[in-house]
Design a binder for this molecule. Sequence first.
Ligand code: 26Q
Length: 794
Amino acid sequence: MNQTTPVHPALRDQILHHLTYTVGKDADHAQLSDWRFALSHALRDRIVDAWMSATRQTYKADAKRVYYLSMEFLIGRLLEDGLNNLGLADEARAALSDMGLDPEAVLHDEPDAALGNGGLGRLAACFMESLATLGVPAYGYGIRYEHGLFRQSFADGRQMEAPETWLDQPHVWEFERPEARFTLGFGGDVTTRDGKTVWQPTEMVQAEAFDTPMAGWKGRWVNTLRLWAGRAVDPFDLERFNRGDFAAASEGEALARTISRVLYPEDSTEIGKALRLKQEYFFSAASIRDILRRFEADHGDLTALPSKVAIQLNDTHPAIAGPELIRILHDERGIAFDDAMHIAQNTVNYTNHTLLPEALESWDEGLFGRLLPRHLQIIDRIDDAHAKAHPKRTVTAREHGQVKMGELSFILANRVNGVSALHTGLMKTTVFKDLHALHPEKIVNQTNGVTPRRWLNACNPALSGLISDTIGTGWIGDLEQLATLEPHMDDAWLERFRAAKRTNKTALADFVREQLGMTLNTDAMFDVQIKRMHEYKRQHLNILEAIALWQEMRDAPDAGWTPRVKIFAGKAAPGYFFAKDIIGLINDAAAVINADPLTRDMLQVVFLPNYNVTLAERLIPAADLSEQISTAGKEASGTGNMKFALNGAPTVGTLDGANVEIRERVGAENFFLFGMEAHEVDARRAIPDHAAQAIAADPRLARALRAVSDGTFSKDEPNRYAGIVENLSGPDYFLVCSDFTDYWRAQREADATYLDAKHWSTMAALNVARSGWFSSDRTIRGYVADIWKASSLL
Ligand code: 26Q
C-alpha cells in the first residue's frame, strides 16, 4: 500500500475537476452552490489524506483514544475554516476570483450546521478542532439531526420559529457508512435464562453512522465526528405495498427516522419527553457499541479498557452510556457486576455545564423503566454498590420516583469537571455537596476555551492581519504568544488597531443595512449582547438600561452623550414565554427609540434575527463592548465572553462564570465590573421587598419601568409587558432591579472611557493581548493531562 501523501494538482484544476466529475456541471451553467460543492470537494480530498494518515498512526501506536459524547455539536460552516486550517484560503480565493466568482459569496453560500442550542454545543465543536490541532486521537459522537436548531424570524417583533433545513442540499463534508450500523432496542422485558439476565426489547431501530473529518491547524491531524442517524430495521414492507397500502409500506422507516429528526430547542428546562430519552439512549448505545467494537478488534481483555479508552460525557445527556457499558460488560460479556462497574468508572468522565435546578436532568422512573427496563435495574445495582463502598452515603441516583442523571453521572465518573473556577467551586458547595464530601478527589476544574482559528484568525482578518504583521503567525497555534503584542502598542500601532475595528464595524453596518434596511452609526460604541435568551442572562437588564438612557438623552440632548448602538441577538426556547416577551420588548422599544429624531444620532437599538455561529462571526469582530451581565452564580462559564475579549471588546460584566478569570487576566482596569457577587445573591433575595426597595432608590429605574408598563413601547396594547413589569417589581428572582443602579454606573464609566479613543483602544488591545489563555487548546491540554491521561501523536 502506498502510504505517502499524494501530491495534489493546483486547487484551481481540482475545483474544475470536481465541478465536472463530482457535481456533474459545466462551468458555463454552474450555480454558486455548484462552485461551493466543487471547492469543498477539492478541499475535502486533501483533508482525507491527512485523515487516513492520522488513523493509520493511531492504529500503529495503539494509542489511547478519547471519545467525546455530546448531544450537540454546533459546528457552523466548515468550508472557510477548513481552507484556513489547511493554508489554502488565499489560493482558493484567488482561484475563485480568477474564474469570475466572488469568493465571499461562494464561502457564504454554505448553510450553518446548527446541531446545537448554544454554549454546550459550540464548546464541543471548539474541542473537536483543538483535539485535532493537538493531535490527540479522538472521536466526537452525536446525532445527525435532520433539522438543527429552528430558524428564528420576527412578526410584529415576536419570535416565530421555522424548521431548519440544512440537509436540503447535499452535505459535502460527511461520509455515509452504511456498513457501520447497530441495531438498538427499546421496551420489552427482562428475564433470567440459565442464570443470565436477558433484556428482550420489543421496539428495534438501527443507528447508521455518518462521518465528518475534523481537521486541525495546518491540517497536521484529522479526527472523526461520527453522527448517528435513525433507520428502520425493515425499511420497506413489500406485502403492504402490494396490497395497495403505499403509505403504510414505509411507515416503519418514517417512525425510525423520527429519532434523529430534530434537535430539541430547550437548553435550560427539563422537558421529560419520551423521544428525548430515546435520542439519548440511541446515540449513547450506538457509540458504546462502536467503541467496544474498535477496542475488541485489537484487544482481548476488557479490563484493559480504561487504559485505551477515555469517554467524556458532555453534560448528563449521554449519561445512559454508563449503564449501557456496564450492561454489555456484565450481561453480554459475562463480567462480574462489580468488575464491570469498576471498568466503567475508570473509563467514564462527566462535565457539568449548569447549576440551574430546572436544567438538571431527571426522568420519571415509570417512563424510564418502560423504555429501558434493564437499565433501571442496573442503576439500582449501581446505587447498591455505591452504598456498600460508602455506607455513609446519602445520595442515590434513583430517588422519589425519579432517575437523576447528574447523580448517576457523578457516581459513575472517574472525574467530574466544572467549566470555570467559580462554577467548579459552586459545584462543590451546592448541587454535589454530599457527593463531593464522599469523593473529594473527583471534582476538577477545566475552564472553557475557544478555538482561535475560527474565533480570531478566520472571523477577523482585519485584526488577525495586524497581529501577524506585528508578531508573526505563531500565535494561531499558540495563543499565549498574543502577550508579545504589548510592547508594540504605541500610538501608530493603536491607530492601526482602531482602523481594524472600524473596518469590521463598517462591514457589520453594511450587513445590517442589507438585512434590515437600517443605517447604523459606525462612530457610536457597538454594544453587543448575543446569546440564548434567558432570565438569568438578563437581556431585560440591558434593555431597561437602554430605555433609561433614552429617557435621559431626551431630557438633556446636548449633555455630551457617548453615542451607542445596542445590538442584540439570540433565540428563545419556543415554550419559554417570558424569554419571548423579552424579545418582544426589545423589538418594541427599538422601534420607538430608533424613530425618535431627538436621540437618533446618539442611540440605536437593533435585534438581529436568527442568531447562529455565522452571525456571531460577523458580530464579535465588530463589537466595542461585550455584555456579560448574568446574575452572579448562574452562568457556568460563558464562552462568548472569551471571544469578545479576544477580538478587542472589553466586557461590562458581573463576577460570574469565566468573567472572573477574564478580569483577572486582562486586568481589573480593563473590565467594567458591576453587580452583586455570587455569595451576596441569596441574602439579597431573602429580603422580601428587594426589588421594590431597589426601584424606590433609583428614579431612573422607576421611570424606565413606568414606560414599559404604561405602553410607551406598545401603544396598541399597553398591557403587553405587564408580565415583565410585575415580575421585576415583585419576585425578581434574577435581581435585575437590585443590580440596575450599579450597571448604570458601569455603563457611564464605559461611556466616559470611550470618548477617549486612545484610552479605549488601549483597553481593547490589552484585552486581545491578555486573552491567550482562553484558547481551547489550553483547555484540551488540561483534559488530556488531568482527566483522560491520553497523549498527543504529533
Ligand atoms: C436538558 C434536559 C432535557 C432537554 C434539554 C436539556 C439541555 C440541553 C442543552 C440542557 C442544557 C443544554 C445546554 C446547556 C448549555 O449550553 N450550557 C452552557 O454551557 C457552556 C459551555 O460550558 C457554558 O459556557 C455556559 O455557561 C452554559 O450555560
